[in-house]
Design a protein around this ligand. Structure first.
Ligand SMILES: NC(=O)C1=CN([C@@H]2O[C@H](COP(=O)(O)OP(=O)(O)OC[C@H]3O[C@@H](n4cnc5c(N)ncnc54)[C@H](OP(=O)(O)O)[C@@H]3O)[C@@H](O)[C@H]2O)C=CC1
Ligand SMILES: O=C(O)[C@@H]1CCC=N1
Length: 269
C-alpha cells in the first residue's frame, strides 16, 4: 500500500489522535491525504497545534474524498453518524473502532459490507499498539491488506473472530489503563519507601517497559520469569505473598471480565 492513501478520520479524540499520529510517524499516511471530521472546538485546537496541515472538514466532503473512513466516535453516537442517506458510504472501506458495536449493526447503518470492526489501543501513538480486528464477509483481500497495513503500522494487528472482540477490548483495548494504574501504584510505593517522585516514576516505567520486552523477546512464560526474580527468603517473595494475600490476580481477572461485560452491553444499547 502506498502512502498516497486518502483517509477520513471521523472523531479526532484520544483514539483517533493516537492512530493518526502513529500512522503519520510510520509514513503509512501523509497529512495531505487525511481529512478530519471533528465538531469539538477544543479538539480542533489540539489538531491545529499538533497537525496543522491536516484539513478539518464536514462529513460529506471528508467521505467523498477518502478511500478509507475510520469511525472513531463514542459508541452511543455511532448509529447517528453511520446512518446516512443511501449510497453515502458506497465505494469506501469503513473501519470502526467503537467498543461493543458489532459488524451486523455497522453493515445495516453503512448500507454495505466493506466494514472492519477494530479494537486498537492508545500505544498506537508511539507505534507500540495492539489491535484486534474482524472483517465483514464482503471485505475483499485488498481491503483486508489495507486494514492490516494501517493497523500494523502502529503496532501488532491480529485478525480475530468477532466473538472474541469483547475479550480483545477488555484485555488490550482497555489494558493500557490498567498498566498505567500499575505504574502509578509502583511509583507511589517507591515514594512511600523514600524515593523522590520523578525517580520513582522513571524506575517504575522502565521496569514495566523492560519486563514486557523481556516477556515478548524471550518467549518465556511470565510465571517462570517471576520465579527468576524471587530469591529464597528475599524481598520479592515477601511482596508476592502480600499481592497474593490481597487478591491481585483475582482482582485483575475480574477487572477484565467487567470490561468484557461492559463491551457486550455497549453493543446492545
Ligand atoms: N480511548 C481509547 O483508549 C480507545 C477508544 N476506543 C474507541 O474509540 C472511540 C472513540 O473513543 P475516544 O477517542 O476515547 O473518545 P473521544 O471522546 O476522545 O473522541 C471522540 C471525538 O469525536 C467527537 N465527535 C462527537 N460527535 C462527532 C461527530 N458527529 N462527528 C465527528 N466527531 C464527533 C467528540 O467530540 P465531543 O467530545 O464534543 O463529543 C470527540 O472529540 C470509542 O468508540 C471507543 O470505544 C477503542 C479503543 C481504545
Ligand atoms: O473505555 C472504553 O470504552 C474504550 C474502549 C477500550 C478503551 N477505551
Amino acid at each position: 500500500m502506498n502512502s498516497s492513501l486518502k483517509l477520513a478520520l471521523v472523531g479526532g479524540g484520544q483514539m483517533g489522535r493516537a492512530l493518526v499520529a502513529g500512522m503519520l510517524a510510520a509514513k503509512t499516511l501523509q497529512s495531505e491525504g487525511i481529512r478530519l471530521v471533528e465538531p469539538n472546538p477544543e479538539s480542533c485546537s489540539w489538531w491545529a497545534d499538533h497537525h496543522g496541515d491536516i484539513a478539518i472538514t464536514d462529513l460529506a466532503t471528508a467521505v467523498a474524498e477518502a478511500d478509507v473512513v475510520v469511525l472513531a466516535l463514542k459508541p452511543y453516537i455511532m448509529a447517528t453518524v453511520a446512518k446516512q442517506k443511501p449510497q453515502f458510504w458506497d465505494g469506501k472501506l469503513v473501519l470502526s473502532v467503537a467498543a461493543g458495536i458489532g459488524l451486523e449493526s455497522l453493515i445495516e447503518w453503512i448500507g454495505h459490507g466493506r466494514v472492519v470492526r477494530v479494537m486498537p489501543n492508545t500505544p498506537a501513538l508511539v507505534g507500540a499498539g495492539a489491535s484486534g480486528y474482524c472483517c465483514a464477509a464482503a471485505v475483499t483481500d485488498a481491503d483486508r491488506d489495507t486494514a492490516q497495513t494501517l493497523l500494523g503500522a502502529v503496532g501488532i494487528a491480529v485478525e480475530v473472530a468477532e466473538s472474541q472482540m469483547d475479550a480483545v477490548t477488555a484485555v488490550s483495548g482497555s489494558g493500557p489503563a490498567y498498566v498505567c494504574l500499575l505504574v502509578e501504584s509502583l511509583a507511589d510505593g517507591g515514594v512511600l519507601a523514600g524515593l523522590p517522585r520523578p525517580l520513582a516514576m522513571q524506575l517504575a516505567t522502565q521496569t514495566v517497559l523492560g519486563t514486557a520486552k523481556m516477556i515478548a523477546e524471550t518467549g518465556r512464560h511470565p510465571g517462570e520469569l517471576k520465579d527468576s526474580v524471587a530469591s529464597p527468603g528475599g524481598t520479592t517473595i515477601a511482596a508476592l505473598a502480600s499481592l497474593e494475600h490481597n487478591g491481585f490476580r483475582g482482582t485483575v481477572i475480574e477487572a477484565v471480565a467487567a470490561a468484557a461485560k461492559r463491551s457486550r452491553e455497549l453493543g446492545k444499547s
